[in-house]
Design a protein around this ligand. Structure first.
Ligand code: NAD
Ligand code: UD1
Length: 336
């Protein structure tokens, strides 16, 4: 039994590969390094003294995928590979649909060719669009996406559902991540965004380390606890454990499953700044700015289905998330 991990050198992929290796799974990673570096998996090996098999290549290249499926006894695929920037997706929609939808289709076609029937797919809370109410459970309305990235996730979820209906051998799990943050506690692996970060915690960390001057807080006039945006931040190691739980899911007898992976608790931007300052003892320079286009006021998960069926729940606190993000940033001020 071997697990194929697409995009396994990336942020969430590398933390999940670590957990898989620690659980004695045989792991094959494929990655084109478009948003990562081979260094992340070298560090994974340093942490756990085991190594995945790593092959550089693209999920859109079906002949590369055939070589992989012919070379290893793959039973399951965890599919992280894709492009993930909301803002970039608005200027490069074709690249986003090509990677996230066509790439996924090619992967599915080759899985079917080699009778590999089990797939776990990285989706996002972004498929819920503007929530009608919080917390969001898996039956909440989806599809009101406002950018090509979100729409690509929504489209691929629909494709997977149709494939699972048509092919009774397929077993597909869609995991909708809320806001992944943090890093492995060793500080050896973590999130390494290209250029200026879009997301809150990497931005705060870079202000703290002196790479950026101040944080812009996008809006303080939302109808939330303190006017700033509220999100469900989840530690990346909890997320990694969620993938192991999904891989080992014994409870669900459905062949198409969707689970929210979140903590069930929302935190505002100002609460996050305060937590970061408390844990690191570093003052974060910030300025209140206009709302960011496309942002929603608040969003957090009802993660109870994952707890009921996967026996999984997020265990790490906001303080753990801040401590581990900072430890990674401090030890690797310029990333990998
Ligand atoms: P990431 O960019 O760090 O990792 C994605 C990896 O896929 C990278 O290593 C990249 O080089 C690789 N890749 C991209 N296109 C590829 C292709 N065509 N062929 C082979 N490799 C390719 O992103 P991440 O944060 O680890 O996210 C992983 C997945 O989870 C993505 O699908 C993302 O959309 C989804 N997701 C991420 C977040 C988040 O906040 N990080 C939230 C929700 C969902
Ligand atoms: C963003 C994406 C979302 C993606 C998610 C995963 C947008 C509009 N949405 O969500 O599709 O799934 O990342 O990582 O980009 N904030 C600031 N200043 C900053 C950065 C962020 O105030 O410099 C605020 C935002 O307004 C928001 C909160 O911090 O209220 C979290 O922002 P971010 O980390 O970008 O995540 P999301 O907006 O939830």
């Amino acid at each position: 039994m071997a697990i194929l991990v697409t995009g396994g050198a990336g942020y969430i992929g590398s933390h999940t590969v670590l957990r898989l290796l620690e659980q004695n799974y045989k792991v094959i990673v494929i990655d084109n390094y478009s948003n990562s570096s081979p260094e992340s998996l070298k560090r994974v090996s340093e942490i756990c003294n085991r190594s995945p098999i790593v092959q550089q290549g693209d999920i859109c290249d079906r002949y590369f995928l055939r070589k992989i499926f012919e070379s290893y006894p793959i039973t399951d695929v965890i599919h992280f590979a894709g492009l993930k920037s909301v803002s970039e997706s608005c200027v490069k929609p074709i690249e986003y649909y090509h990677n996230n939808v066509c790439g996924g289709m090619i992967l599915l076609e080759e899985m079917q060719r080699y009778c590999v029937n089990r797939l776990i797919f990285s989706s996002s809370a972004t498929v819920y669009g503007e929530p009608e109410r919080v917390p969001l459970d898996e039956l909440s309305k989806v599809g009101g996406t406002t950018n090509p990235y979100g729409t690509s996730k929504y489209i691929f979820e629909r494709i997977l559902e149709d494939v699972s209906i048509a092919n009774p051998k397929m077993n597909i799990t869609v995991l909708r991540y809320f806001n992944p943050v943090g890093a492995h506690q060793s500080g050896k692996i973590g999130e390494d965004p290209n250029g200026i970060p879009n997301n809150l915690i990497p931005f705060i960390s870079q202000v703290a380390v002196g790479r950026l001057e101040y944080l812009s807080v996008f809006g303080n006039d939302y109808l939330t606890i303190d006017g700033t945006g509220v999100r469900d931040y989840i530690h990346v190691m909890d997320l990694a454990d969620g993938h192991i739980a999904a891989l080992e899911n014994k409870k669900s007898n459905r062949r198409f499953n969707i689970y929210n992976l979140g903590t069930g608790v929302g935190h505002s931007v100002l609460e996050i700044i305060a937590a970061f300052e408390r844990i690191t003892k570093i003052n974060i320079n910030y300025k209140i700015k206009e709302r960011r286009a496309g942002d929603i006021a608040e969003c957090w998960a009802d993660p109870s289905l994952a707890e009921k069926e996967l026996g999984w729940k997020a265990l790490r606190s906001i303080d753990d998330m801040m401590r581990d993000s900072w430890s990674w940033q401090k030890k690797n001020p310029n990333g990998y």
